[in-house]
Design a protein around this ligand. Sequence first.
Ligand SMILES: Nc1ncnc2c1ncn2[C@@H]1O[C@H](COP(=O)(O)OP(=O)(O)OP(=O)(O)O)[C@@H](O)[C@H]1O
Length: 584
Amino acid sequence: MLKLFRKFTATEWGLVGLALVLIVIQVWLELTMPSYMSEITMLVQTEGSAMSEILSAGGMMLACALGSLAASIGTAICASKVAANFSANIRGELFQKVQSFSMEEIGRFSNASLITRSTNDVMQVQMLVVLGMQMLLKAPIMAVWAIVKISGKSWQWTFSTGMAVVALVVIVGICILVAMPKFKKMQILTDDINRVTRENLTGLNVVRAYNAEDYQEKKFETANNNLTKTQLFSSRAMSFMMPGIQLVMSGLGLAVYWIGAYLIQNAGAVEKMTLFSDMVVFSQYAMQVVMSFMMLVMIFILLPRASVSAKRINEVLNTEPTIEDGTVTKSDNGMVGEVEFRDVSFRYPDAADDVLSNISFTAHKGETVALIGSTGCGKSTAINLIPRFYDATKGKVLVDGIDVREYSQKALRNKIGYVSQKATLFSGTVQSNVNYGDNGKTAQPSDVIDAVYTAQANDFVEKMEDGYDGYIAQGGANLSGGQKQRLSIARAVCRRPEIFIFDDSFSALDYKTDRDVRKALDKECGGSTRIIVAQRIGTIRDADKIIVLDEGKIAGMGTHDELMKNCEVYKQIALSQLSKEELA
Ligand SMILES: Nc1ncnc2c1ncn2[C@@H]1O[C@H](COP(=O)(O)OP(=O)(O)OP(=O)(O)O)[C@@H](O)[C@H]1O
């Protein structure tokens, strides 16, 4: 937690200082009030006191109350400003950190947990800062000051206040000890709720199509009940706290007056009046002491949850991405658009076996290299090593003759136009989706149009109400699968990259569109290297080199004709899709 607070900026520390000054003023004013009360008590009991004296003391009391109110509003403003800025900074840092994560770290934390950590956990810490700045600073000042004020009065009163404080500490201690483990659990269960809700929303079509609402509801109910039970348990434990504190406060009030009555009864006539006034003042100060402890209690209620949250936030902030950035920004060996896999093997973190074993091939500038093989044989995994979504566990992937690990990730990815297996579009317009990202080249509106034409997306884009400014919903929800794929292809084309990576990006296109896109790519982007993962023989049969993968190993490599002659795995895939006549 303290580690997080080190992130306070100078302005925030300045505001904390200002809040501290305001709190001292507030406490001073609050603790001055009982003196006026004592004065009024004395005046009321003294015969011949003038009304104006009572009114003047009352007026001073009112002024103290108003001053304390103003100081407390000032403190609250400072506290909320510090907390809001602090949490905005933490959220920003978390976002940046997650951006730097490789797929490995994202997989390790899970999307749901990263979202909870960036929202709910930050909120817990924010709440602690808001209340902590107001109460944690005020309580000790108030307690010490009030104790100083009451010391030297009757030892019986001081003793009863001390006992009340001990009783408070015991009650609060027990409640927190019982509830603390549950607080820790609560954040993890919030992750679960988040995960189940996200899963349900993203897969809503499938849920409905399979009438799986009940199943999803049960799943949600389990997560929800677990969280509710944990919350209820900790609330029940905590529910003993407030009445307990109230009991102690009332008991203390009673004790002060009871002791006072006893002392007054045994005192002389003159002492009686002083004792009475002391009793009124003491009960006020004693309440202030107890109130200070109550404020600390409030913080102790928040503290366990916030410290769990702070730990979870720090876990993310302290995680170093496994993909370290290199320094090379430009290859100065004259090579362009060349991709080489040199004896590459890869194993997913925590997996038992390699997904890829000893893969070696080269794609030269302007060549089309295709990867084909049964599902799950490692095609996507292989091409994900080029933009460094993961790093090879053995061997090297080279782009333009340089190990991809030596490049700065930005420079490496600037060379690449990547089209993922599942088309990803962002809420915005056609234009903002096609002219997406930054690779140092400024795309003109005409480049966007060219890219859309190359991807054969012009037919539907130009029919949209606003054309290239047409609205695209989040995830491309207002487009068909094939339309989404074409816009994803247009986005890669618009980048004018040295190397295209198409991860099964033509699968949602009909055969004719598939052929037209490939033809247009040949014409418009002929100089770029293309690495294509495909399931359809038709998509790749014209490729310069086809790599046949089987269980993560190369089963054959060559042109379509060569493979038809000498690669049994390829021949079987081809024959399963096309007749002998079509293949001839
Ligand atoms: N993030 C991951 N963590 C662990 N294992 C994974 C991960 N992603 C994929 N795998 C495993 O790696 C293997 C290869 O997956 P990959 O996605 O590369 O196959 P593919 O050949 O592209 O399949 P498809 O044609 O169905 O897309 C599969 O067995 C899969 O279970």
